[in-house]
Design a protein around this ligand. Structure first.
Ligand code: AP5
Length: 232
């Protein structure tokens, strides 16, 4: 059974930071739809260049494009032990498509982590964020260049004040309903993201392990119910 994790939360909640760390520590691929789109833009991919017009305004890219990207990425063999999704799903349509993909894969439940941070703090973080102009990694506090590749630090194209406010509005309208889609599942957990990153990491790890165990137990109980019905 794979360890399949979704890291949810508004822009600036720290889902990328935690997804990156957790995936590295557990040897799983991190799949960020935002990163995939930004890499595509660098490579002048026509689909990504079209998406860039929406990203620069803080709007969502259409479901069909995003679902096709995720479907292709999840088809790669490195996702067999599991994966950490960051920034997907962002609409109920995307969540339903992911459920269909998970049914096809039959490799364990989805663990959903919602990282919660007050809006004022989100705006503060995005206002102060710098990323590497070369590899796109978030800058580390106090370092004048990228800690990973030495590249120059720049402001991310969609971290402009007005665009941030639009991204937060879009999150409330399109993505908050996804939380309701998942909330009643035994594998849904909420983490306080307004703590030091190390504390968030400890909470995330504990919650993922706990939710994965709950998902496994619910699955076994479901299989037993099916077997019992077959014997009736
Ligand atoms: P995407 O790249 O997914 O951006 P986002 O969701 O807006 O998220 P961010 O990367 O801004 O924030 P984060 O929560 O990952 O926080 P981070 O860890 O970086 O999407 C960009 C665009 O692509 C979208 O607007 C859309 O147009 C398009 N797109 C992508 N996916 C799509 C989809 N599924 N459907 C449709 N369109 C899609 O941290 C932020 C900052 O805070 C950093 O500086 C970090 O160092 C700092 N920080 C992190 N944790 C803490 C902490 N605990 N305390 C203090 N600071 C912290």
């Amino acid at each position: 059974m794979g360890l399949n994790v979704i890291m949810m939360g508004p822009p600036g909640a720290g889902k990328g930071t935690q997804a990156d760390r957790f995936a590295r520590e557990r040897g799983l691929p991190k799949i960020s739809t935002g990163d995939i789109l930004r890499e595509g833009i660098k490579e002048q991919n026509p689909v990504a260049l079209e998406a860039k017009k929406l990203m620069d305004r803080g709007e969502l890219v259409d479901d069909a494009t995003i679902i096709a990207i995720v479907r292709d990425r999840l088809a790669r063999s490195d996702t067999r032990p599991g994966f950490v999704l960051d920034g997907f799903p962002r609409t109920v349509g995307q969540a339903a498509a992911l459920d269909r993909l998970m049914d096809e894969r039959a490799q364990g439940p989805l663990v959903v982590i919602d990282v919660v941070v007050p809006e004022q703090e989100l705006v503060r973080r995005l206002d102060g964020r710098r990323i590497c102009g070369r590899c796109g990694t978030n800058a580390e506090a106090g370092k004048p260049v990228c800690g990973k590749c030495g590249g120059e630090l720049v402001v991310r194209a969609d971290d402009d004040g007005q665009v941030v406010l639009e991204r937060l509005k879009v999150y409330e309208r399109a993505t908050r309903p996804v939380l309701e889609y998942y909330r009643t599942r035994p594998t849904f957990r909420v983490v306080n993201g307004a703590q030091a990153p190390e504390q968030v990491a400890r909470d995330v790890d504990r919650m993922i392990d706990d939710a994965a165990a709950a998902g496994g137990a619910a699955r076994v109980a479901g299989e037993r119910r099916v077997s019992a019905r077959a014997l009736e």
